[in-house]
Design a binder for this molecule. Structure first.
Ligand SMILES: NC(=O)c1ccc[n+]([C@@H]2O[C@H](COP(=O)([O-])OP(=O)(O)OC[C@H]3O[C@@H](n4cnc5c(N)ncnc54)[C@H](O)[C@@H]3O)[C@@H](O)[C@H]2O)c1
Length: 303
């Protein structure tokens, strides 16, 4: 059955596709963002302009109608069933570091606090594989071990990833306090449909040894929609973290483990990997939530 879902940051690169997917599954969606949703996505969903770093705006928007009608016809007391929190600065150096931290950590605190206090039972929060500490390190550092699963230590040195680690801790603490389902998605580099060709993706394939920073993985924006939907549908898991990436390593190696042993000779392997398993493994996403990718990158590179 369709649910009422608030998406934050739905006007952004990932959010547009996430909202599109959720609407296609029959959900009702309200988008909360500082900026408008571009067409054609904007025809399908209402956006309220909200600064999530302002807690009062968050509470007010969370208790809003989903649709602008004249007159209003929805009951006033309908709570959302779920919150999907995507909003934030999506990398370092969009703004100065202190603002990256303030914006991301405070917005995440505000939305999780308001959701829990208002009684929203399912909260899905966007984190990032950058929390594993390689992407924005000062210089080359190694992953702790392969495959990089959700229990691996997160010890980043950059502000963006530190803000994401803080968001994960907020989700964890509030799940413990309120008994809600707070699921964290550690998203990989997001790829929109038009971004497979003539972009950095070509370089993933041609010079894969350069791409430790992206974990030799990616997250298709449409498949991220499926991941969010699965997280909304699966109840009762309390606090959980999922690597939210697609299935396969982003180059043509026949052996992911062999490739990683060559480019990262000092990193231990803690189990055998599937032949072309993505290094920041998505096994938990597949086994616990039932994710089945619809958009393998090879579709765009068939000769
Ligand atoms: N793009 C990636 O490769 C990537 C990778 C891993 C994780 N993520 C995470 O996924 C989420 C979505 O990423 P994206 O690429 O769509 O980012 P994006 O920058 O395209 O979109 C983020 C949206 O959040 C909104 N926003 C920012 N601060 C806000 C605030 N205070 N109040 C209301 N809205 C605010 C922006 O207006 C924007 O529309 C982010 O949390 C990001 O950190 C992204």
């Amino acid at each position: 059955m369709g649910k009422r879902i608030i998406v934050t940051g739905g006007s952004g690169k990932a959010g547009q596709y996430v909202i599109d997917y959720l609407l296609d599954q029959g959900h009702q969606v309200l988008n909360l963002d500082l900026t408008p949703l571009p067409a054609p996505f904007s025809d399908r969903v209402h956006t309220i302009r909200v600064d999530l770093a302002d807690s009062g705006q968050v509470y007010s928007a969370f208790t809003s109608h989903f649709k602008l009608t004249e007159p209003f016809r929805e009951p006033l007391d309908l709570l959302p069933d779920a919150l999907i929190h995507l909003a934030g600065y999506s990398r370092n150096m969009i703004v100065p570091d202190n603002e990256t931290f303030r914006g991301n950590a405070l917005s995440t605190y505000n939305v999780i606090e308001a959701a829990c206090r208002l009684g929203i039972k399912k909260i899905v929060t966007a984190s990032s594989v950058t929390v594993y500490g390689v992407s924005y390190a000062e210089g080359d550092v190694d992953y702790p071990s392969f495959p990089v699963h959700e229990e691996v230590d997160t010890n980043p040195m950059d502000t963006y990833a530190i803000s994401k680690v803080c968001g994960e801790r907020i989700a964890r603490g509030f799940a413990r306090r309120f008994g809600t389902d707070n699921y964290v998605l550690r998203i990989g580099p997001v790829v929109a449909p038009h971004e497979y060709k003539g972009t950095v993706f070509d370089s993933y394939i041609k010079t894969p040894e350069k791409w430790a920073a992206h974990g030799w993985g990616y997250t298709d924006a449409r498949d991220l929609g499926q991941m969010c939907d699965l997280a909304v549908q699966k109840d009762g898991l309390k606090f959980q973290i999922f690597n939210a990436v697609n299935d396969e390593i982003t180059n043509y190696t026949p052996s992911a483990a062999g490739f990683l042993a060559r480019v990262c000779p000092d990193v231990p392997h803690t189990r055998e990997m599937d032949a072309r398993e993505t290094p920041c493994t998505n096994k938990k996403m597949k086994e616990v939530l039932g994710f089945r990718q619809n958009h393998p990158w090879q579709t765009y590179y068939e000769t």
